[in-house]
Design a protein around this ligand. Structure first.
Ligand code: HAM
Length: 441
């Protein structure tokens, strides 16, 4: 007996979500839906096709795609061994390498260039803070098989159009050119020489990177190294004619379309697949995580991943950061539209009538919530009315035993007049349509 009693009072321990990985709560769902809607329209406007890849890929996709000596591959990937067959797998930390894997595997460039877009969760084991999560969502575009600066400009125009559509102000475009491999090799040699001459000023991370990937030293956020980084040789000074021509053409196209941009010679991006144009959109409104989107050209990647060489470029944005910026800029739609109709009843026969009417309304495309008593029994009309009000519904359809006896329902305006009228049960749909049309006029 006592044992039983103890068992009853023992409360199960609650299990929390994983740090840095967030639920999308109903209160925020409408804002995400709004953003997704704008993104779909944007991709359609530019003729981009949707491609979805799995969340899990062979680890090699990212090792080879993003590059071994990058923060993402060295420290941030969620990698694990498949328990059943020992395969090395990784939760995707970004979209591009996976999209390239899919394009090659499915021979998507066989008939010519492709414009693609994707969206979904990405995973990076970073220290969580505002705007930086371990599971976050990206929207990205990838244009494959196009070599010219026109498509670099096109994807940047897409971004600008997006910020305009979303009502985002103060988003700045920073742009740079990473040239080609031989130009980077010359720059790299000059950089190594410079950092070797100043080796005492390098922190531990940068000492190591001097041997593996000196370009990444320029990425360092360590404040004590900023003056040293500022004085380092610039890649732009090592670019040959072709690279400069491409870079200038991108800038001219942007200028012709009134897109302001700032050349940032220190912009190197955190992934190793880029060449020529790279760019980021930044804002001061989000604190430390002010980069809302970034990308560039990655001509060597498709061949590096085992495909037939083809040029490509693209960008991706962090959806959480963009939504946060929309919130800060006051450009989020503020209310979730409620349902149209809330149906109240008193159980038994009135429930049956209410459920049939609710289904009839839904079949006619009218969003309807049917009251279900939390205790599975019944509830007073007063408490049901409170729920109806909170649901955001425009009208309530009320069916109590008195109404049912007369084959009627009451239709009550919940928003403006509060008026209530009796309607024959088989006329409820027509009365609701009249009321909703009248209310929207
Ligand atoms: P990325 O710069 O690593 O580029 O990421 C793109 C965007 O994703 C960032 O600008 C940021 O807004 C968002 N983001 C990155 N990490 C996090 C995080 N931990 N929490 C929240 N948001 C984050 C790429 O991923 C490339 N694949 C972009 C690209 C596409 N380049 C060519 N095509």
């Amino acid at each position: 007996m006592t044992e039983d009693k103890n068992k009853k009072t023992e409360k199960a321990q609650k299990i929390n979500g994983v740090r840095g990985m967030n639920d999308l709560l109903p209160a925020d769902a409408a804002q995400w839906a709004h953003l997704e809607h704008v993104l779909r329209d944007l991709t359609r406007a530019y003729g981009y096709e949707f491609l979805r890849t799995p969340i899990v890929e062979a680890t090699a996709v990212f090792q080879r795609g993003i590059g071994e000596v990058t923060d993402i591959v060295e420290k941030e990937m969620y990698s694990f061994e498949d328990r059943l067959n020992g395969e090395q797998l990784t939760l995707r930390p970004e979209g591009t390498a996976a999209i390239v894997r899919s394009v090659i595997e499915n021979n998507l460039l066989y008939e010519g260039p492709k414009r693609l877009w994707y969206t979904g969760p990405m995973f990076r084991h970073e220290r969580p803070q505002r705007g930086r999560y371990r599971q976050f969502h990206q929207f990205g575009v990838e244009a494959m098989g196009f070599a010219g600066p026109d498509v670099d400009a096109e994807i940047i125009l897409m971004g600008q159009r997006l910020w305009d559509e979303l009502g985002l102000k103060g988003v700045r475009l920073e742009i740079n050119s990473l040239g080609q491999a031989d130009e980077r090799a010359l720059h790299r040699a000059a950089l190594v020489k410079y950092f070797e001459q100043n080796a005492v000023q390098l922190d531990d991370d940068s000492q190591r990177r001097l041997l593996t990937n000196p370009l990444r030293i320029l990425d360092s956020k360590n404040p004590v190294m900023q003056a040293l980084i500022e004085g380092a040789p610039r890649l732009l000074d090592f670019l040959g004619d072709e690279s400069l021509k491409h870079f200038n053409a991108v800038q001219s196209l942007l200028k012709a379309n009134n897109i302001p941009c700032k050349i940032n010679p220190r912009l190197v991006r955190g992934l190793d697949y880029y060449n020529l144009t790279v760019f980021e959109w930044v804002t001061d409104e989000l604190g430390a995580q002010g980069t809302i989107a970034g990308g560039g050209r990655y001509d060597p990647l498709i061949e590096r991943m085992g495909g037939k060489a083809a040029p490509a470029c693209g960008w991706a944005m962090g959806m959480e950061r963009v939504l946060e910026l929309m919130k800060v800029s006051g450009s989020l739609p503020d209310t979730v539209p409620g349902c149209d109709i809330f149906v109240l009843h008193q159980g038994g026969e009135t429930l049956i009538a209410a459920m049939i009417i609710a289904e009839r309304l839904r079949s006619a495309g009218i969003d309807t919530i049917l009251f279900c008593p939390p205790d599975g029994q019944s509830a007073s009309f007063k408490s049901q009315m409170k729920k109806a009000d909170a649901s955001g519904a425009s009208y309530a359809v009320i069916i109590g035993p008195d109404e049912l006896a007369k084959n009627e329902a009451q239709l009550k305006d919940l928003r403006s007049s509060g008026d209530q009228q009796a309607v024959a049960l088989d006329q409820v749909l027509e009365a609701v349509i009249d009321a909703l049309v009248g209310a929207s006029e």
